[in-house]
Design a protein around this ligand. Structure first.
Ligand code: FES
Length: 100
């Protein structure tokens, strides 16, 4: 994936998420104690917006029914549910990019 600017650092407060769009795909960008991570935005349960979820440590809680995903790995914390795609995040100065 080509590098795409998705936000300025100041737009994503610590321990919060932001919906970003990369080439027409919705991703959820998170700031975990100053480090940025990105996963798919759409919850595989029933399509809840993970970028609006509540963060507990590295885990985001889906705002609709509470499924939890580790934003660093994409892994659902319940066994057997599986994993979301994760995306490489680059921070250059104040700018946040997705891609390589
Ligand atoms: S839509 Fe995410 S837990 Fe149901």
């Amino acid at each position: 994936m080509a590098k795409v600017k998705v936000a300025n650092k100041s737009e994503v407060k610590e321990d919060q998420g932001k919906l970003v769009n990369v080439n027409g795909k919705e991703l959820a960008l998170f700031n975990i104690k100053g480090e940025f991570f990105a996963i798919e935005n759409i919850c595989p349960h029933r399509g809840g917006p993970l970028s609006e979820g509540f963060l507990e440590g590295n885990n985001v809680n889906c705002p609709w029914h509470g499924w939890q995903f580790d934003v660093k790995t994409g892994q659902n914390i319940m066994p057997g549910i599986g994993k979301l795609n994760t995306y490489k995040v680059l921070v250059e100065g104040e700018e946040v990019f997705i891609g390589s």
